[in-house]
Design a protein around this ligand. Structure first.
Ligand code: PBG
Length: 331
């Protein structure tokens, strides 16, 4: 191949808008978006979250309204996270197993209202329910136990599936939980309930606003480094993904997003499975802060970042910008 100037001028295809459209390699549409939503108690309640400008917690009715909005915008999935009342949090996170907890009420309400028009993804981990803000059960030294925690997570997942969850998304990073949850789902007759595993989830500084949103931030002492991954590691992420696929995950997630595009790319290249990125709360808040500080255009920053996930190989992106991005994409 001889591709030499001036026979080849790379700028030729960039010269006009129609030509740039024609040559665009990566497309993003509202169908690529998963919208994370925070649920709170109370009737008619909408509670704005200070550290996540533009994002609120909604009561169950409000969540149903958001789900209908998502359907209208062509967003295929919403992800639910509860802000559990303080007096329902305990050391063992038992509220996670209550069939009438906030999460289950929200799942049922959305499924009753929207049926198969939307998928409901539910987070499996104990942090919205524990008094200490960790994702699992603590031993007497404060270490998050693995196998005892997995047993509870299995019950939490079944509780969500019974309420009507379509995708179970374990975000806890315990070992062996995908296999245990898959077995329990199969035995419970939930053959078509999917598992999207938070397979490569890093111990990140970008989760701060989320912890405010679910009310675990003030409770959490220490960090989550004994179960979430070291941001320095790549090979370990590939092993995590390999294990979760072998254990029965239908799709895998890399989290956070933007600082881990190399992981997304390598997971997709190596395993060829559906990969999702979670553009987490801190990433969202940084874009909003840039806009507020007048150092960047929010819509342009948002679209460029979302596109980068698709380019890296993602099937879709969990993002708090989902409704804003969908409106923009739908024109
Ligand atoms: C809970 C969970 C977290 C997020 C999703 N599920 C926080 C954490 O692990 O502390 C973070 C999402 C975000 O920051 O937007 N296990």
């Amino acid at each position: 191949m001889t591709a030499r100037y001036p026979n080849t001028r790379m700028r030729r295809t960039r010269a006009t808008a129609w030509s740039r459209t024609l040559h665009r390699e990566t497309l993003i549409t509202s169908a690529d978006l998963i919208w994370p939503l925070f649920v709170t108690e109370g009737n008619g309640a909408e509670e704005p979250i200070a550290s996540l400008p533009g994002v609120s917690r909604w009561c169950v009715d409000g969540i149903v309204a958001r789900a209908k909005e998502a359907v209208a915008l062509g967003i295929p999935v919403i992800a639910l996270f509860p802000n559990t009342q303080a007096d329902r949090r305990s050391d063992d996170g038992a509220e996670a197993l209550n069939p009438d907890n906030l999460m289950c009420r929200a799942i049922r309400a959305v499924k009753d209202a929207c049926g198969e028009d939307i998928g409901v993804l539910t987070d499996v981990a104990l942090d919205p329910y524990t008094a200490h803000g960790q994702d699992g059960l603590l031993d007497d030294k404060g270490y998050v136990t693995n196998d005892d925690t997995v047993a509870v997570l299995v019950d939490q997942a079944i509780n969500q599936a019974e309420a009507g969850a379509d995708i179970i998304a374990p975000s806890d990073m315990m070992d062996g939980r995908i296999h245990a949850i898959r077995m329990a789902l199969e035995m419970g007759g939930h053959h078509n309930v999917q598992i999207m595993s938070y397979a490569a989830k890093y111990a990140s500084a970008f989760y701060g606003p989320f912890r405010d949103a679910v009310g675990s931030g003030g409770l959490l002492k220490g960090d989550k480094k004994s179960y979430q991954m070291d941001p320095a590691n790549t090979d370990e992420a590939l092993r995590e993904v390999e294990l979760d696929i072998a254990e029965g995950a239908d799709s895998v997630m890399v989290k956070p997003g933007l600082a881990y595009l190399d992981i997304i790319y390598r997971v997709k290249e190596r395993f060829g499975v559906p990969v999702f990125a979670y553009q987490v709360s801190g990433e969202y808040a940084m874009i909003e802060a840039a806009q507020a500080a007048g150092i960047g255009d929010r819509d342009a920053l948002m679209m460029e970042k979302l596109l980068s996930f698709k380019r890296a190989g993602c099937s879709g992106i969990l993002t708090y910008h989902a409704p804003v991005a969908a409106r923009l994409l739908n024109g």
